[in-house]
Write a protein that binds this ligand. Sequence first.
Ligand code: GN1
Ligand code: MG
Length: 354
Amino acid sequence: MNFRHLDYVIAQFFDVSTSPVFKVLSQGHINDTFCFSANGREYILQKINRDVFRTPEVLMQNMVTVAEYLQRNSDLPHILFPLFNKQGACYAQDLEGAFWRVLPYIPNSYAPDVVTTIGQAEAAANMLGRFLAALKGLNTSRIQDTITGFHNSINRYAVFDQVVGRSSLDLRKKAGKSILAIRQYYPLFKEIQELSLPKWVVHNDPKISNVLFDQTSHEALCMIDWDTIMVGSILTDFGDMVRTACSSASEEEKDLDKIFLRPDFFEACCKGFLPAVQHLLTEVEQNHLLDGVKWIVLEQTMRFLTDFLDDNHYYKTSYPDQNLFRANNQLALYRSILAQEQELHQIIQQNLVT
Ligand code: GN1
Ligand code: MG
């Protein structure tokens, strides 16, 4: 990272006499994130990954639309307003034309990779539910796609298929069993496509590390990482929360025996999520909540596997085969869900108020 860019970008937002001190925040597979202080306050500085987000202006406009809407129409405790620079834009470009944004840093907060207590799972799921319920009234025409077909798993499967076809024999051998598993479970995507699911403005990436918690009280403070807020289905949001809050291990765990879906954490997610949104759900949505979980876990397996077979262009990696390990991690979680399907359905039913 060229730190000259950081100073150049920050100077578009602040008059700072000394060069700010940066801390690199390493979470997140896509953007580069830093923390810095200026004029006695701390801020987040993020470089938007242009390979993934082709239209950063659209993304930032969505973010402002959502923040303004939530401020007027919700009682959420923290709303992520991007800062406007001296020219009145909600982003800045560096000397190479890359896009950056600045957000206030919420003091005394953390974003976990794994949930350690049931209380955290319930609080995170409740925060997501409140966030989505508040967004339900936002007209879908006001939000534009930042990534086309983000949760279109049928299209993603077609891409996966092409990538398998052109990948090297060596990679295909390493990933052989996982490729077969995707092919075996693929009909789920077809079944979901047949459902008539209402369109919501949703988060689309509400994994547990996109929930900020208070370091002292462990209360959930807010949903962060609004890059993928787009029109979609609430099922994938519930699914992604469960995928990450209820897994016994992080996405990076390599020992497959350590990975399973924790039913008590699942119950906590239902307890937190459903009361906040149930009145807004159609019968189809209520009946397919668990399919939302299966959908997102299988799709995530396929996305990691596709990237492994495609030379790891998409997700940041720090060692060879990392995306294959991640795919197998998600596959183990998927199989654990299948093994507990009936119990999980019962838990949902018990937590839907009749
Ligand atoms: C990426 O940017 P980050 O780390 O929050 C990805 C999500 C995946 C997630 C898996 C834009 O999220 O869709 O679920 O990794 N974001 C994008 O951890 O592809
Ligand atoms: Mg993200």
